[in-house]
Design a protein around this ligand. Structure first.
Ligand SMILES: Nc1ncnc2c1ncn2[C@@H]1O[C@H](COP(=O)(O)OP(=O)(O)O)[C@@H](O)[C@H]1O
Ligand SMILES: [Mg+2]
Length: 138
């Protein structure tokens, strides 16, 4: 599925489309250059699930946990990890296989550890405010 984003105001609707498309899938990876809008889009997706917490890039902690009506939502940013050991150290399996929503930035850093199936969102920058989302089931 392809979604054209003209500006920030389009992200909430795109988030709902992503969640509908995903159906029962709980693991989502987000690819795109620095500044493409991965964190910004994840904020919309988390809000669509009912997350009221501040959603921001967990660059220093690797994973942030939010609350969606009593259910945890996990948000990862693997940009800074140097070895897979750092993913083992945070106990990535407990999160990825928890059955709770997982949103993963910089999944390329943990490609070997991703589950068998997940939803991939590729974000391409079209202009300062425009983006194109390419969403696929893996
Ligand atoms: N349509 C859009 N979608 C997402 N971000 C946008 C859009 N238009 C402008 N931006 C801006 O681009 C920046 C994206 O930053 P961020 O979400 O942190 O990117 P990433 O997590 O991919 O590095 C933010 O400053 C955001 O406000
Ligand atoms: Mg980010």
């Amino acid at each position: 599925m392809k979604i054209k984003i003209s500006g920030l105001a389009d992200l909430d609707e795109a988030a709902r489309k992503l969640l509908n498309y995903a159906a029962e899938e709980k693991v989502f990876i987000f690819e795109g250059d620095m500044g493409a809008g991965k964190t910004t889009f994840i904020k919309s997706v988390a809000n669509a699930l009912g997350v009221k917490d501040l959603v921001s890039s967990p660059t220093f902690s690797i994973v942030n946990e939010y609350d969606a009506f009593g259910q945890p939502v996990y948000h990862f940013d693997f940009y800074r990890i140097k070895t897979l050991q750092e993913a083992y150290d945070i106990g990535y399996e407990e999160y990825f296989y928890s059955g709770n929503f997982c949103f993963i930035e910089w999944p390329q850093k943990v490609a070997e550890l991703l589950p068998y199936s997940y939803i991939k969102t590729e974000i391409a920058i079209v202009s300062e405010s425009e983006r194109e989302l390419l969403i696929t089931k893996i």
